[in-house]
Design a protein around this ligand. Structure first.
Ligand SMILES: C[S@@+](CC[C@H](N)C(=O)[O-])C[C@H]1O[C@@H](n2cnc3c(N)ncnc32)[C@H](O)[C@@H]1O
Length: 317
């Protein structure tokens, strides 16, 4: 009898001790009889070293799995990668573990990091991004550098055509706080994000829904136009990451130049004048840009690897 009692007592104690062990390091204990929560906690009660190990395995098909795993975890913890290495025995909270697991699953499906974290640092700006906005590229930072260097006096009015996340408009508006900045896009969802980004960066911009220049009056003069329009030929194969960005932000007909041709035609038909018009495009499209804007003076500028990616278009003198 006593033997039976002893066995029951031991089982009972071990059960509750196990529960206690599982609950340690967990933000808030789940309901006592929620078996799924308990097993989830056992899985997620891990430190940085273990978390990175699991994530690296999960991302093994990507180009640099350890780096991918570190970047995601550093962003999630709001630390840098050096901090991670110095604190590899730091235990993640339950919420952090769950979120990290979710983020790595998303990354394993090739979702771009900026879409997973929902933000990007670009040209010194913190910007929100989502599936409705192109993720601003390093290339476009160089475009902005060329644009700012090419101004001998501050432009009074600026147009950003195809604003997406609002990156170019916000950057230029910060650079020339006195300028009137208008930003157009065909996507109302992208415009919502752009407006949100302008507010977060405390910048006033006139955002308008517009198919190319349709929102502008005829006979308008704009000092500076920057147009980073879609320019990828529609048959070009893009990476699994790029294919998750909005197609309307990337592709532009057979040769990638439909939007730029349409811009040139609208400038003429609406008699829009400007001091400078800046474009971004592919190096292989350089000759076509010259042809499309043959009534203008076209000066090409280089991006990464000394390749031509940009053009400054001005009126012939
Ligand atoms: C290459 S993305 C550039 C986004 C942003 N300016 C940047 O540099 O990251 C092109 C943008 O043009 C917009 N767009 C596409 N077709 C358009 C059109 N017909 N009229 C106005 N904007 C358009 C897309 O929605 C997208 O936001």
């Amino acid at each position: 009898m006593f033997g039976l009692f002893l066995i029951s007592y031991i089982r009972f104690t071990v059960f509750f001790k196990k529960q206690k062990i599982n609950y340690k390091n967990v933000d808030s204990a789940p309901p006592r009889n929620d078996i799924s929560c308990v097993s989830a906690m056992v899985v997620f009660d891990m430190n940085i070293h273990q978390a990175l190990k699991v994530a690296t395995k999960k991302l093994v098909h990507l180009e640099n799995p350890p780096l991918e795993a570190e970047v995601l975890l550093a962003t999630l913890l709001n630390k840098n990668r050096t901090w991670l290495r110095a604190h590899d025995d730091h235990t993640l909270t339950f919420t952090q573990s769950l979120k990290y697991k979710w983020w790595t699953s998303q990354r394993a499906l090739h979702k771009p990091v900026a879409y997973i974290t929902g933000e990007v640092e670009w040209n010194g700006l913190n910007l929100k991004v989502n599936k409705h906005t192109l993720i601003p590229r390093d290339e476009t930072e160089i475009l902005c550098l060329h644009v700012t260097e090419a101004q001998t006096k501050a432009p009074k009015n600026i147009l950003d055509l195809g604003t997406g996340s609002g990156c170019i408009a916000i950057y230029l508006a910060k650079n020339w706080p006195q300028a009137n900045v208008t930003a157009l896009d065909i996507s109302s969802l992208a415009l919502q994000t752009a407006q949100n980004n302008a507010t977060l960066n405390q910048i006033m911009i006139n955002f308008q829904l517009s198919d190319m220049l349709s929102a502008l009056n005829t006979n308008t003069h704009i000092d500076l136009i920057v147009a980073n329009l879609p320019y990828v030929p529609k048959e070009l194969t893009v990476t699994a990451e790029v294919s998750q960005e909005p197609k309307t932000a990337i592709f532009s007909g057979d040769d990638g130049l439909d939007h730029i041709r349409s811009l040139a035609a609208q400038i003429k038909s609406k008699t829009i004048t400007f001091n400078q018009l800046w474009l971004e495009f592919l190096p292989s499209q350089t000759k076509d840009i010259e042809t499309i804007f043959n009534d203008y003076q076209v000066e090409f500028k280089t991006g990464v690897d000394d390749q031509i990616f940009f053009a400054k278009i001005t009126t012939r003198v």
